[in-house]
Design a protein around this ligand. Structure first.
Ligand SMILES: [Zn+2]
Length: 296
């Protein structure tokens, strides 16, 4: 049986066809342009395959309340062409198969828990630090939703005292995303993060904001593992810095077998760049089994 998966990102749509055990058989990457053009290419990729179910992890914000008339629509995105776009309805009309939809980061968290670095646990968070900052969570075996999907990239952080950067979030200015996303790095330092690898002060500052966020997530959600991906986290020197600052902020307040070993608590994705796509596949498998629970 073939299962479809789409990681619908703000810069690219990664499409794949795979199996129930997480194997991706075919995949492709399509640049995100306007909806009609992007989806025409998505449909062309899937045309040769008879998929039984489709999982979609989407950029957002998206409406995930099934009782809302705009369920499955992209909502307040700064991408004008996608504003209020009925993503789920458009996919349903084309494919005519059951579709599971969630955020890209919730999907990635589920992917890591099902087949990746958090396999065997019943909770984890997945944080992406890139063009934006997003965080998805599986808690007690379920993807976390409430009045909306969580928006943990926009939490407020304590400003480092010598940091006068105004922040780049169009809504909040100096929220976490405003201070520590890829565009924030580029605006603050005048060049892309990938060209600042040897500048220690860049990564010290970056690690400070990320560690603050992780401490808050740990205190509020108590996940058993934290997976950090996205373009900015490809700077591998960030991991030890983040762990050190996390440790300093937490000050030994929580101790247990998970958090005591930060090398296994704060980790890169086990699925690498495929966390989102395999997560979308995991969403589809769960839909097929008609359950909200993660089977581990
Ligand atoms: Zn914000």
């Amino acid at each position: 049986m073939l299962i479809g998966a789409i990681e619908a990102g703000g810069t690219k749509f990664i499409c794949g066809v795979g199996t129930e055990n997480g194997e991706i058989l075919h995949s492709t990457s399509i640049p995100t342009t306007e909806p009609e053009e992007t989806l025409a290419r998505v449909f062309a990729f899937f045309a040769p395959f008879q998929i039984k179910v489709l999982g979609v992890g989407s950029f957002g914000p998206i409406e995930l309340d099934q009782t809302n008339v705009s369920y499955g629509n992209i909502t307040t995105t700064p991408k004008e062409k996608w504003l209020h776009f009925p993503l789920l309805r458009t996919l349903q009309a084309h494919f005519g198969v059951p579709i599971a939809l969630d955020t890209d980061v919730n999907a990635a968290a589920l992917g890591e828990l099902t087949w990746g670095i958090a396999k065997g646990l019943d909770s984890c968070i997945y944080m992406t630090v890139g063009t934006g900052i997003g965080v998805g969570a599986v808690i007690e075996g379920k993807l976390l939703h409430g009045m909306s999907h969580p928006e943990m990239g926009h939490i407020l952080v304590r400003r480092q005292k010598d940091d006068y950067f105004e922040g780049v979030c169009p809504f909040h200015r100096d929220c976490l995303e405003g201070m520590a996303s890829g565009p924030a790095i580029e605006k603050r330092w005048g060049t892309k993060g990938s060209e600042l690898q040897n500048k220690d002060e860049v990564w010290e500052l970056q690690a400070n904001y990320i560690a603050q966020a992780l401490v808050n997530y740990a205190l509020i959600l108590a996940p058993k593992r934290m997976v950090l991906g996205g373009g900015v986290m490809k700077q591998a020197q960030l991991f030890p810095l983040v762990r050190n600052k996390f440790n300093a902020y937490m000050s030994g307040y929580i101790t247990n077998l998970y958090i005591n070993d930060l090398d296994t608590y704060i980790v890169p994705p086990g699925l690498g760049d495929f966390a989102g796509l395999q997560g979308a596949l995991a969403l589809a498998v769960r839909k097929l089994m008609n359950t909200d629970e993660v089977h581990i």
